[in-house]
Design a binder for this molecule. Structure first.
Ligand code: EPZ
Length: 425
């Protein structure tokens, strides 16, 4: 797949249907990706169950194969032979496909003591610098040369150390955690990100023989070990996909049960929606959503690091606010240009005013179907939700962005009764 590959397929939606039924939630993209990066540390066989067919994950597996890993898919499991890795480089044509290429730096250094990795790709939702990754590795005595779009790293003198993150960056936390696994001595990360996907990475690495504790809190400790061994693991379900379908049901009206979702990962969303003309009942790994389809606006939504409201659900909750009764203020604190989808929502009749990192969303009675473009992964998902409630037909192009993080958003929603399909471009 080429960087910025423009899939010519489109999604066509006829709005107005309520949603009913049950849906299973697939593995978390943002857990699977760092776990794949962590597989580089394992001199053995890695078996990962519930292998999701997201393009970002497929591209990450291609990166592992380029390093010398061998892959086999058996039923729903991805089997990786990581015994004979022969290459410590990630070229730009592979690195640009996903943000998680940069997460591999720490594990390549742990395995080879050298690494040469091109700048990463990922959604264009901001500058997305990598300074915290670089500073963190330098704190572990790694020599980093940042030139011509490549990071060339010498980790021969690498050793455990203390890393204070200026911001609780998810990727930097994961990268430094992985760099510490095979480093001599102890590494501590302060002001670490606390996302559930980081806990999942810790659990995966510890099962392979690592000694990590504290993931899920702001201080993580890693005791260096000699090597990691064979490991079999099932990553957590995708809380952002689950949140997307909760919001879809709330918007369309109806009754949908999500199976396999982890309720505790969705508290910030559920607390904003429950009892606002919709009912959300959670029981074990099931979440049942019942909705009349017409909600009151949520006065203020601020995206924050976990456990705050997730930035990856910001476009989707904005779509809900465009048809809610009243006015909502949405503040995007994580990424400086994560409002590109608002222009597309306005084409559909939404009333949104942007001022810097704030969006004032005035609810309208209805949206109108239109031809819109998926600007990025979650922006595209937000447009799908808007299309489900719009009057008439909505066509969404550039849906390769959506394929990066959903196996088939159209099949999932179709199975719940939506009038939605993929059409060849
Ligand atoms: C991860 O990206 C996720 N991606 C993103 O999901 C998610 O939006 C983000 O975390 C925040 O939760 C994956 O896990 C593959 P960050 P990441 O480093 O690690 C700044 C999706 O839709 N920063 O936590 O890149 C950065 O600019 C994607 O699934 C630096 O300044 O996010 C941003 O403002 C989109 N310097 C803030 O930190 C750095 O070196 C949070 O970024 C690194 C980050």
């Amino acid at each position: 797949m080429l960087c910025g590959d423009k899939t010519v397929d489109k999604i066509l939606i006829k709005g107005g249907k309520q949603l009913f039924g049950e849906i299973g939630i697939s593995s978390a993209k943002n857990a699977f990706l760092p776990i794949l990066a962590g597989s580089i540390l394992c001199s053995g066989n890695v078996v990962l169950h519930k292998y999701p067919k997201y393009d970002d994950v497929t591209n990450m597996v291609e990166i592992l194969e380029n390093l010398g890993g061998k892959k086999k898919i058996v039923d729903d499991a991805l089997m990786l032979d990581m015994n004979n890795l022969t290459n410590f480089e990630i070229p730009k044509e592979l690195a640009c496909l996903t943000r998680s290429s940069i997460f591999s730096l720490g594990s390549i250094l742990g395995r080879f003591k050298f690494a040469k990795v091109a700048y990463p790709g990922g959604c264009e939702i901001g500058a997305r610098p990598i300074d915290l990754h670089i500073k963190g590795l330098q704190a572990l005595n790694v020599k980093v040369v940042d030139r011509r779009g490549y990071l060339t790293c010498d980790g021969r003198e690498m050793k455990g150390g203390n890393v204070h993150l200026d911001f609780p960056s998810v990727g930097a936390t994961e990268n430094i955690m992985m760099a510490g696994v095979l480093a001599k001595g102890k590494t501590k990360i302060f002001n670490a990100a606390k996302e559930p996907e980081i806990v999942d990475l810790q659990n995966f690495l510890n099962r392979a023989g690592a000694k990590i504790k504290g993931a899920g809190t702001s201080t993580i400790s890693i005791e260096g070990v000699k090597s990691l061994h064979n490991v079999e693991y099932t990553p957590i379900p995708d809380r952002i996909i689950a949140g997307t379908y909760i919001i879809a049901t709330v918007m369309c009206g109806g009754e949908v049960t999500l199976n396999g979702a982890k309720t505790e990962h969705l508290q910030s969303l559920i607390s904003k929606l429950d009892n606002n003309s919709c009912k959300i009942i959670t029981k074990g790994d099931k979440i049942k959503v019942t909705s009349s389809g017409r909600l009151n606006s949520i006065a203020k939504i601020e995206t924050m690091p976990y456990p705050g409201f997730p930035t990856d659900l910001q476009p989707q909750i904005m779509a809900l606010q465009t048809i809610s009764k009243g006015t909502s203020l949405i503040v995007e604190n994580l990424f400086e240009t994560r409002f590109k989808h608002t222009g597309e929502l306005i084409k559909m009749g939404a009333d949104i005013l942007i001022e810097g990192r704030s969006a004032v969303v005035k609810g309208v009675n209805k949206l109108y179907g239109a031809e819109v473009v998926a600007t990025d992964l979650r922006g595209g998902a937000g447009l799908v939700l808007a299309g489900l409630v719009a009057d008439g037909y909505t066509t969404i192009t550039n849906i390769g962005q959506i394929n990066r993080g959903y196996e088939s958003i159209e099949n999932d929603l179709y199975s719940l009764g939506a009038d939605i399909k993929r059409i060849n471009g």
